[in-house]
Design a protein around this ligand. Structure first.
Ligand SMILES: Nc1nc2c(ncn2[C@@H]2O[C@H](COP(=O)(O)OP(=O)(O)OP(=O)(O)O)[C@@H](O)[C@H]2O)c(=O)[nH]1
Ligand SMILES: [Mg+2]
Ligand SMILES: [Zn+2]
Length: 290
């Protein structure tokens, strides 16, 4: 008989809530599985009885996973941004890179559009060719219909900086009442109100994940020379570069650099690319040395 699989819905330290389609159980992890990252929200797990309590026995091999937010086996990321707290474009770039590495669809969602839609054009200029969609919503006013076509029939994870309104938005979509924080007037940031990822199954059958905000994303330990492969616009021009492969950094006769100079490609995004490339190079060289 094959073991039955449960989906990890959420966890608090070593207590996991798991769901099999009708039933929810609270179980613990033991031994090696207790280590951070061994069991993620979104994982499929089997259970067994040990000393009179149900514990997680195995974790099914993942289709994909992210470190921040810490989730597994998701179909799409809705990357939530807002004008308040101020958008961090490096974070957006890195999130898109991480999604592409994992084969996860990415949607950019400008929330708080009741306050300002000013950055919508900027988001479009920078990311229109890199993500499935860029939509504007206002969770506060329950205006999020633009998002629905992209979150149907998927496990969708809401991610982004603290205070952008991920909980407000997932509450508004699901009719739940999870805790919402404030954006500090002093530091202009959210306060990490949400502390662990949770799958919410809405009355209409959507599967969405609210996650804790973050302000930093690490680069990954992968050869930095592959970085341009996660920029679709650069990939589409790379054939025209003199060198193959071309990292589009210091090589002569580079089509990408020419496209940046002529204004065909967004300059700010390219300048951040150069910085991420350097960061990636250092991380990679340190990893190789280890
Ligand atoms: N004006 C406006 N404010 C919003 C909107 N959505 C959320 N907010 C406010 O933004 C603040 C932060 O909202 P949260 O939902 O807690 O943000 P979060 O992204 O979940 O933050 P963390 O859990 O810390 O990561 C709250 O004061 C919300 O009321 C919106 O559409 N418009
Ligand atoms: Mg939250
Ligand atoms: Zn090039």
């Amino acid at each position: 008989m094959s073991d039955k699989f449960y989906r990890v819905i959420t966890h608090k330290s070593n207590e996991f809530e798991i769901f099999d389609g009708s039933e929810t159980l609270t179980v613990k992890a033991r031994g090696k599985l207790k280590r951070d990252g061994e069991i993620l929200v979104g994982d499929f797990v089997t259970v067994e009885e040990k000393n009179g309590e149900m514990v997680i026995k195995t974790v099914k091999k993942r289709e994909n996973s992210l470190i921040r937010p810490a989730v597994a086996n998701i179909d799409a990321i809705v990357l939530v941004v807002a004008t308040q707290p101020k958008i961090d474009y490096f974070l957006v770039d890195k999130m898109i890179i991480n999604c592409k590495r994992m084969g996860i669809e990415c949607i950019i969602c400008l929330n708080k559009s009741d306050l300002s839609r000013e950055i919508f054009d900027e988001l479009t200029a920078q990311y229109k060719n890199e993500v499935s969609a860029i939509v504007a919503v206002s969770a506060l006013n329950n205006e999020q219909s633009e998002l629905y076509p992209y979150i149907k029939d998927k496990l969708v994870c809401f991610a982004g900086q603290s205070g952008v309104g991920k909980s407000t938005l997932t509450n508004s979509i699901s009719g739940t009442d999870r805790e919402v924080g404030k954006v500090s007037e002093k530091i202009g940031r959210g306060k990490n109100t949400t502390t662990s990822a949770s799958i919410i199954i809405t009355p209409s059958g959507l599967w969405i994940i609210d996650t804790p905000g973050f302000s930093m994303l690490d680069v990954f330990e992968e050869d930095y020379r592959t970085l341009a492969g996660y920029y679709d616009e650069y990939v589409s021009l790379a054939d025209g570069c003199k060198f193959h492969p071309c990292t589009h950094t210091s090589e002569p006769d580079c089509k990408v650099k020419r496209a940046v100079e002529s204004g065909l490609l967004n300059k700010d995004r390219y300048e951040r690319y150069l910085k991420i490339f350097e960061e990636q190079k250092i991380a990679y060289k340190n990893a190789v040395r280890r």
